[in-house]
Design a binder for this molecule. Structure first.
Ligand SMILES: [Zn+2]
Length: 237
């Protein structure tokens, strides 16, 4: 099953027929977990999109460079409206400045994904309102798109571990909460044969036990779809 990063998807002329998966990882914190998952994915020849936040006054550049060096897409997990308490003008400037900062650090940022959370002002509902209201910001920043806003969710089933449990969305929209679905049941249904899959993983949640336990947890729960069905082969083979 082909596994794509978001930039791959957005640059494809014609989407592939199912089964395929788009792999997106929102790195909210605990960046070393993202690097470890990036290593595991790379060992299996998989490429995902890893989105990093500007947190505590900086981007985690070392982790971002490590993930990019493993062959993954590295993007900006934006929350400019939160950071600017809903001030649209300031948020636009901050968004552009952050993308420029990442590129100046050698990161090939092509796509962005909004960080979720309660709004910090009544002037907006979610961080992606910034690009919904000002879609020209994408072109201004030289970006291909947003990982959700530019996605056709009629073509992909969405599966996310946000909130520490897997939820399934037959047709994703941020206004509706998905159905809690044990991965086991979801995998047994073989849904990936009907539609493509869009899998959103939050690496900071994958830390129970040692790295070995983490590896098996990922292998067992996501792996049968995203990792396990692939012919395992070395990178570049
Ligand atoms: Zn997030």
């Amino acid at each position: 099953m082909p596994v794509l990063c978001v930039a791959d998807w957005l640059t494809q002329g014609a989407p592939p027929p199912p089964p395929f998966a788009i792999l997106r990882l929102d790195v909210d914190y605990r960046e070393p977990h993202a690097v470890r998952l990036a290593e595991i994915a790379a060992q299996h020849g998989l490429r995902g999109s890893f989105y990093f936040r500007h947190r505590g006054g900086a981007f985690p550049l070392a982790a971002m460079r490590a993930v990019q060096a493993l062959g993954h897409e590295v993007g900006y997990h934006y929350e400019a409206l939160d950071a600017c308490a809903g001030d649209w003008q300031r948020a636009q400037r901050l968004f552009l400045a952050h993308v420029a900062q990442l590129r100046a650090a050698g990161l090939r940022v092509q796509t962005v994904a909004a960080h979720g959370g309660p709004p910090r002002a009544a002037t907006y509902r979610r961080n992606d309102d910034l690009l919904r209201r000002t879609p020209t910001l994408l072109a201004q920043a030289g970006l291909l798109g947003d990982a959700a806003l530019q996605m056709d969710f009629a073509r992909v089933y969405y599966l996310s571990d946000a909130g520490w449990r897997w939820r399934f969305y037959a047709r994703y929209t941020p206004e509706v909460t998905g159905t809690p679905t044990p991965l086991r049941a979801w995998l047994a249904a073989g849904l990936e044969r009907e539609h493509g899959l869009y899998v959103n993983v939050h690496p900071h949640q994958w830390f129970v036990g040692a790295w070995r336990a983490r590896y098996f947890r990922v292998r067992n729960r996501i792996g049968r779809v995203v990792l396990g069905q692939l012919p395992f082969r070395p990178r570049g083979a």
